[in-house]
Ligand binder design. Structure first.
Ligand code: DGL
Length: 269
């Protein structure tokens, strides 16, 4: 395995950039290939079989980029396709759910945790199961928030419409007296300030992206896969549609310069 090869990161769209951003902050010398499946978004309302099929196509594409590890920067794909991706990839794979669940189990004081995510992630029950594996007595309350992804993709991050919808979504969770809320969709950290406002200061917001980047860093170190010679073209971006729109989003999210995004036909893989 080439330790100077890039890390492959993928999501259904721009959400995974919140994970890419943490990776860039934690391990800035590591090269990365990002794929956003913008033609087939959203994943959150698709069936398990469809999400698995999409994820495997993306893994086959990432293999052509000779990635040394894969990060599933999408909660829905992590919930449904982690095992399938592990089988298909011949490199180490990290999803975002385990790290987020671990963090939530550690920070909750009352043992009452809320999880917001796509319909798929919440339906899968993966956060409840994983949090309870780390801390069995925890009570976990899930709430699907299907309107958040289109609002984020529309750029309405600090809009009164987003705040109104967020208030409605979380009112149920507030009634459960949670002290910790997992942002169980990689799009949601982009509306963190709105979530903070509607949840109040006493609820800890968990961003699984942060923990995932740390887990990735440790994994690369353990496996002797840390990059020793960063290539000139450190970051590459690919999407299945709307490359220009993606570039401008990426520019507003990432701390590094994003020059261009290439469009590929993912159905070929
Ligand atoms: N960002 C993805 C996640 O973390 C899902 C968005 C979508 O529905 O495609 O679940």
């Amino acid at each position: 395995m080439d330790r100077n090869a890039p890390i492959g990161v993928f999501d259904s769209g721009i959400g995974g950039l919140t994970v890419a951003r943490e990776i860039i902050r934690q391990i800035p010398h590591e090269p990365m290939v990002y794929f956003g499946d913008t033609a087939r978004l959203p994943y959150g309302s698709k069936s398990r079989d469809t999400v698995i099929r999409y994820a495997l196509q993306i893994v086959r594409f990432l293999k052509t980029q000779n990635v040394k590890a894969i990060v599933i920067a999408c909660n829905t794909a992590s919930a449904y396709a982690l095992e399938a991706v592990e089988k298909e990839a011949d490199v180490p794979v990290i999803g975002v759910v385990r790290s987020g669940a671990h963090m939530a189990a550690q920070v909750t004081r009352s043992g009452r945790v809320g999880v917001i995510g796509t319909a798929g992630t919440i339906k899968s029950g993966i956060y409840r199961d994983t949090i309870q594996k780390f801390r069995p007595e925890t009570e976990v309350f899930g709430k699907a928030c299907p309107l958040f992804v289109p609002l984020v993709e529309e750029g309405l991050w600090h809009d009164s419409v987003t705040e109104e919808i967020a208030s409605r979504y979380v009112s149920e969770l507030k009634g459960k007296f949670i002290d910790t809320l997992v942002m169980g969709c990689t799009h949601y950290p982009l509306i963190r300030s709105t979530l903070r406002k509607v949840m109040g200061e006493n609820v800890t917001l968990v961003n699984p992206a942060y923990e995932t980047a740390i887990e990735l860093k440790h994994m690369l170190e353990e496996k002797g896969l840390t990059c020793e010679k960063t290539p000139k073209e450190k970051y590459q971006f690919f999407v299945s549609d709307q490359a220009e729109e993606f570039t401008s989003f990426a520019k507003s999210i990432l701390p590094e310069e994003v020059k261009e995004t290439k469009k590929i036909d993912i159905e070929e893989f």
